[in-house]
Write a protein that binds this ligand. Structure first.
Ligand SMILES: Nc1nc(=O)c2c([nH]1)NC[C@@H]1CN(c3ccc(C(=O)N[C@@H](CCC(=O)O)C(=O)O)cc3)C=[N+]21
Ligand SMILES: [Mg+2]
Length: 286
């Protein structure tokens, strides 16, 4: 039996409708959630994502603004931009689009964002609070994946989860979230011996390694839930994930497509994080 496809596009649409309702309620109280996206340089993929984020904000009633800086912007100027946004009462979420040009230290920039406006969940305070299990802003992609799994009615507690990839943006926070949901979690990476055998233990397999169609049917236990975080643009313009969809669809029980899987959920969670940040900041101001 072929895998059930987890439709991230449809789920994200439903979430955006929920968020629109939440925004309307905040607006009735005179609170307009505001998101600032800072984009340095002219990377075409980054521009596409930033446009998608702005459109999503517009559709749910979140104020959004894009601060577009030239590729040769000094780090100090970027830091000053972030600090000005930190101090604005009308901006509740700040996202500095990654990757940054090589002359800018991403850590300096991530550390400069006020933790309560850090809608990416990348600041060390949010990372630490996620690990401890305290209140925090959770990174959008892992949060979107968990939301997808729950909306599909799939159980996480007690399951074997394997995460391939250990980035600070996806792999590590994904592992923390799954652990918090009582999964038994293994994190694998390029130095893991016999990766297919380890992956094959998973009831829930999350793939975020950034290699097109790397995970094939040998990595997948029959019936497993397979989440493909990859977005790889091939030379012919096609967008493919890190999972070989054609092969894995015959083995997996559930599978996310690319496009239309994790990507739209990431944007939906950015909207949710922005609304939650606005709500928390308004409460803190009382
Ligand atoms: N500070 C920061 N935060 C991020 O969250 C962040 C970032 N930097 N840098 C880049 C990555 C990538 N990312 C995506 C979001 C949505 C889609 C998405 O919606 N993709 C569509 C297709 C898009 C297309 O067709 O190109 C889909 O999968 O269906 C993809 C990728 C957020 N990122
Ligand atoms: Mg996707």
């Amino acid at each position: 039996m072929p895998a059930t496809i987890l439709d991230g596009k449809a789920m994200a649409k439903a979430i955006r409708q929920d968020v629109a309702r939440d925004v309307a309620r905040l607006r009735e109280r005179g609170l307009v959630p505001g998101l600032a996206v800072v984009l340095v340089g002219d990377d075409p993929a980054s521009h596409t994502y930033v446009r998608a984020k702005a459109k999503a904000c517009r559709e749910v009633g979140i104020h959004s603004e894009v601060h577009h800086l030239p590729v040769d912007t000094p780090e100090a100027v970027l830091l000053e931009t972030v600090r000005r946004l930190n101090e604005r009462r009308d901006i509740h979420g700040i996202l500095v689009q990654l990757p940054l040009p090589a002359h800018i230290r991403p850590k300096a920039v991530i550390d400069a964002v006020r933790p309560d406006k850090d809608v990416d969940g990348f600041h060390p305070l949010n990372v630490g609070n996620l690990a401890i299990g305290d209140r925090c802003l959770v990174p959008c992609t892992p949060r979107g994946i968990l939301e997808m799994v729950k909306r599909a009615g799939l159980e996480v507690a007690g399951k074997r989860a394997v995460v391939i990839g250990r980035s600070n943006i996806v792999g590590k926070p994904m592992a923390q979230l799954l652990l918090r949901e009582d999964a038994t979690v293994t994190v694998c990476h390029s130095k893991t011996p016999n990766l297919p055998a380890v992956a094959r233990e998973a009831d829930l397999l999350v793939v975020a390694i950034g290699r097109p169609a790397y995970v094939d049917d040998r990595f997948v236990k029959p019936g497993a839930v397979v989440i493909d975080v990859g977005i790889n643009r091939l030379a012919d313009g096609r967008l493919v994930g890190d999972v070989d969809f054609a092969k894995v669809q015959h083995v997996a029980g559930y599978l996310t497509p690319v496009p239309g899987g994790v990507g739209p959920m990431t944007i939906a969670m950015l909207l949710k994080n922005t609304v939650e940040a606005a709500d928390a900041q308004a409460k803190a101001a009382w």
